[in-house]
Design a protein around this ligand. Structure first.
Ligand code: GLV
Ligand code: MG
Length: 338
């Protein structure tokens, strides 16, 4: 039930929660590797300093007969590697699979002190997060861990999207949420076989000029993921957790990957998955505010003094709302530079 304090927060209304009040750490690229693949696992010490997050993937893309090997590989890599400031995450198998429980048991017991975040796939509702939350509490206590392991949900089923708000608020362990466009497309019976990105059939067409329906018309490809990203961003902002775009599967198409990442950044996401080293620098570039945007933001903040009233800068009106927008940009730049 809402209490009186919810109605008397005039200084906070509309302002995003400061990054210092939420579990923010740079996580522009969540770089996936298969810990059961010896060649990939051997590259981890070299990769770690190049990325914000390294994620040992145990779920989809790991064959059913390699699940145990991947889990064991992650334990070995985590024990042997000093990750420095780079976070170590894992994506465990889904809660309805034969491996999800063993993943949690083994990883928290063996390498719980090294794991920052557990990504849980195919989350359908708050009950999935409650289940993981209770298990983690028991396993952490048993292992004598003092730092709680955080939880990240993948939004990739139609039911999950319908329940996105309750998922975002399901536990204080919630760190964030990623869009999973491949599973979500299947769950919704969408007719795309791509992993993220647009589709040449998903278009709007400009109106005809005169009676000729063929002359001078243009089409614009639309973003299939706009609605879901926007819903996810709202749910995350309302609960003080972080939204992410997930995978972009066409590794060769670095241009479209950058476009998809940038759409997500502009809509409020703080990072995306990188599935290949080629996507690491794209994510770093896109999810770091540009120097021009940061200097504009600082100029507006300086000109707005206590943040109230209105000023004109270069012919553009600035007021209490635009200074909040500028603080988001400047705060993110500061947090990434820290
Ligand atoms: C990611 O897991 C996806 O399904 O897109
Ligand atoms: Mg998936």
């Amino acid at each position: 039930m809402r209490s009186a304090k919810d109605f008397f927060r005039p200084l906070a209304v509309g302002a995003p929660q400061p990054l210092t009040e939420i579990p923010f750490r740079p996580s522009r690229m969540i770089h996936f590797f298969d810990p059961g693949n010896e060649k990939m696992a051997a590259k981890v010490p070299d990769l770690a300093p190049r990325v914000d997050v390294l994620l040992g993937n145990l779920e989809d893309a790991v064959r059913a007969d390699r699940k145990e090997a991947s889990r064991a590989g992650l334990v070995a890599v985590a024990k042997a590697t000093d990750f420095g400031d780079t976070q170590l995450w894992t994506r465990v198998n889904s809660l309805d699979s034969p491996w999800g429980l063993d993943d949690l048991l083994t990883l928290v017991t063996e390498i719980g002190d090294k794991l920052d975040v557990i990504m849980v796939p195919k989350v359908e509702g708050a009950e999935d997060i409650h289940y993981v939350d209770r298990l983690l509490a028991q396993l952490e206590a048993k292992a004598g861990l003092t730092r709680p392991i955080l939880v990240h949900a993948i939004l990739e089923t139609a039911r999950g999207v319908a329940n996105v708000e309750e998922i975002a608020g399901a536990s204080p362990r919630m760190q964030g949420m990623s869009l999973g466009p491949a599973d979500l497309a299947a769950s919704r019976r969408m007719k795309t076989t791509r992993v993220g990105g647009g589709h040449p059939g998903y278009l709007v067409r400009t109106d005809p000029v005169g009676d000729d329906l063929t002359a001078g018309r243009h089409t614009y490809q639309q973003d299939l993921w706009h609605y879901t990203i926007a819903r996810m961003v709202d749910a995350c902002a309302a609960h003080g957790i972080l939204p992410y775009y997930g995978p972009f599967g066409d590794i060769r198409d670095v241009v479209a990957c950058e476009d998809q990442f940038r759409n997500a950044f502009l809509l409020g996401c703080v990072g995306a998955w990188s599935l290949h080293p080629a996507q690491i620098e794209i994510a770093r570039r896109v999810f770091s505010p540009s120097p021009a945007d940061v200097s504009w933001a600082r100029k507006v903040i300086a000109a707005m003094g206590d943040g109230t009233g209105a000023v004109m800068i270069d012919g553009k009106m600035q007021d209490d709302a635009t200074v909040k927008q500028c603080r988001v940009v400047a705060e993110l730049a500061d947090a990434l530079a820290a």
